[in-house]
Design a protein around this ligand. Structure first.
Ligand SMILES: [Zn+2]
Length: 147
């Protein structure tokens, strides 16, 4: 039977408070266990929600200065590919649950229907231009006759 890591252990992993050998075990397990991936995602979300909000440029430059210091755990985490993957995955999950994807899909459907009924915009434009060019000599001749 598989031993799962508990939430506190994942929090330790997220905040970089595990040894390098333990870290490998955590990561190996994470790739194979959906349940722990979920717990880990929750930990990451809790972590990211406690990150300071960037309010102005002064704060950004302070954060850049902080990132230069080697013992900045939050910055170190961001460089981990797995961390980035999980953040991307959780953003996708949030978007999916909030219905953004559904809305985009529906709009795409609508767009396809509209374009099916009408000729392509480029063709319509070409037709209008050629109509205009065909009418042009007639209009000019008409003007000359009236003079
Ligand atoms: Zn597990």
């Amino acid at each position: 039977m598989i031993d799962h890591f508990n939430k506190q252990q994942w929090l330790n992993y997220v905040t970089d408070q595990v040894s390098d050998t333990d870290r490998l075990e955590y990561e190996e397990h994470l790739y194979t266990c959906e349940q722990c991936l979920l717990t880990y995602t929750q930990c990451v979300e809790e972590m990211t929600s406690t990150l300071p909000v960037i309010e102005n440029e002064e704060d950004i430059s302070k954060q850049v200065m902080n990132s230069i210091q080697p013992k900045e755990t939050k910055q170190k985490l961001i460089h981990k590919p797995l961390f980035q993957y999980v953040v991307a995955a959780s953003i996708t999950m949030v978007l999916m649950t909030s219905g953004v994807f559904q809305q985009v899909a529906m709009q795409q459907d609508q767009f396809e229907h509209e374009t099916q009924d009408k000729p392509p915009v480029s063709q319509e434009l070409t037709n209008k231009i050629s109509d205009f060019l065909n009418d042009l000599p007639t209009n000019l001749r008409g003007g000359q006759k009236d003079e």
